[in-house]
Ligand binder design. Structure first.
Ligand code: NAG
Length: 182
């Protein structure tokens, strides 16, 4: 029994290492999305609620607003600003025509075009940033109708979670069963 448990230790360790490597690699796979692309951009025509539905944003990803700086700008606002189309109490504003925003943490970010009437015409976007390698939606993602909680990495995260549990079981078993001199 002890011998068998001992033989399993390297297997468990290898499995744990592989899992750590897998998690690390997935975490490093940050993506950059051009808002509205490929069918639109940061403009008055694109349906942003529809656009975000096809994406899952994780910390480390970036979104790029590409537009004509003569026509639009990008203002990050609070939820209240987003709902009321007000950029008065904004978080930040930029107007380069190619504004890159880093999605650094889990949570919801709101952006709109601050030019008169543009937000009211639908030029605003809500971005839910959810935990990487998790089937659970982020806390903010569960709070609204426009949430995009469909996670493409759910199956992988289940495999990883299962693997970690199995590896821990094996290691724990090996520790309990080992003789006193080992
Ligand atoms: C952003 O807010 C500042 C005040 O904090 C204001 O002066 C500025 O006009 C606002 N920008 C836009 C685009 O509304």
């Amino acid at each position: 029994m002890a011998r068998m448990a001992r033989a399993l230790v390297p297997v468990a360790m290898a499995a744990a290492l592989l899992l750590v490597a897998t998690v690390f690699m997935e975490g490093a796979a940050a993506a950059t999305y051009t808002v509205g692309a490929p069918d639109g951009l940061w403009d008055m025509q694109t349906d942003y609620a529809q656009w975000v539905k096809t994406k899952t944003f994780h910390p480390g990803d970036k979104i790029t607003f590409t537009y004509s700086a003569e026509l639009h700008d990008v203002v990050e606002v609070s939820r209240a600003g987003y709902e009321g189309c007000s950029s008065a109490n904004n978080i930040s504003a930029s107007r380069t025509g190619n504004d890159v925003v880093a999605l650094t943490a889990v949570g919801t970010r709101y952006f709109l075009c601050g030019l008169t009437g543009h937000c009211d015409s639908g030029m605003k976007i809500r971005v839910d940033v959810v935990v990487a390698a998790s089937a659970a939606p982020g806390p903010a993602a569960a709070s609204g109708p426009a949430s995009s909680s469909a996670s493409s990495s759910a199956p992988l995260s289940c495999i990883i979670a299962g693997g970690v549990v199995a590896a821990l079981h094996l290691m724990q078993h090996a520790v309990v069963a080992r003789p006193f001199w080992w």
